[in-house]
Design a binder for this molecule. Sequence first.
Ligand SMILES: CC(C)(COP(=O)(O)OP(=O)(O)OC[C@H]1O[C@@H](n2cnc3c(N)ncnc32)[C@H](O)[C@@H]1OP(=O)(O)O)[C@@H](O)C(=O)NCCC(=O)NCCS
Length: 203
Amino acid sequence: MTRRSPWRNARGQACGLRDRAADTGLVIRAATTADLERIQAIEVAAAELFRAIGMDAVADDPPPPVEQLEAYVAAGTTWVATDPEVGAIGYVLVDGHAGWSHIEQVTVHPHYARRGVGAALIDHVEEWARGLGQSCLSLTTFSSVPWNGPYYERLGFRHLPEPEWPAYLRSTVEREADHGLAAWPRTVMARSVKQPCPGKNHG
Ligand SMILES: CC(C)(COP(=O)(O)OP(=O)(O)OC[C@H]1O[C@@H](n2cnc3c(N)ncnc32)[C@H](O)[C@@H]1OP(=O)(O)O)[C@@H](O)C(=O)NCCC(=O)NCCS
């Protein structure tokens, strides 16, 4: 399925927001069980980024097990970014909650990094969330790792103070701390789901 931007008015004019997938020639589609081994391989390759900055425990964390990925496929909440030459080069896993879509994981194979693939996957999730009438995207991440907290800030996410966390974010933070991730500073971040363009006279 070729991604179509919602950010166009009735005359097909862009509304000042980029369609990053179109910009990069990517196709983003729902993942299938045939993608799962590739998803795991992408995760293993990207984990090495953390070894390079001394976060070996994160690099050594195994990829999500097939059973967990199968559950996301069954729920229809995982997507892959595909390149026509090589197939899947990035993926995103999402958990839906009342009014919120939580990005559980977004990963791009390092060979294809820094071309807007991660941003395009996140935009795709936003489009999906908008269709469900949700108002917010959330994620948890490392505060200071350049491709985590600072990257999401560049994509318009803000740090969400603890009093604003819905219950699922509290559980997520606790679960991740139990898993050892709190050994480095962590943050909870959120971005509003933007509304579609106004009518054709305002495009
Ligand atoms: C986070 C991630 C998905 C971004 O994917 P991407 O397709 O490279 O991101 P984009 O092309 O949309 O944006 C690139 C920006 O990300 C940041 N970034 C990505 N890789 C980086 C790196 N190795 N070092 C520093 N900054 C990096 C920079 O801000 C970069 O902008 P720049 O190229 O203008 O400097 C990817 O880096 C990744 O898979 N990382 C490992 C897994 C991970 O940490 N996932 C997030 C868990 S919360």
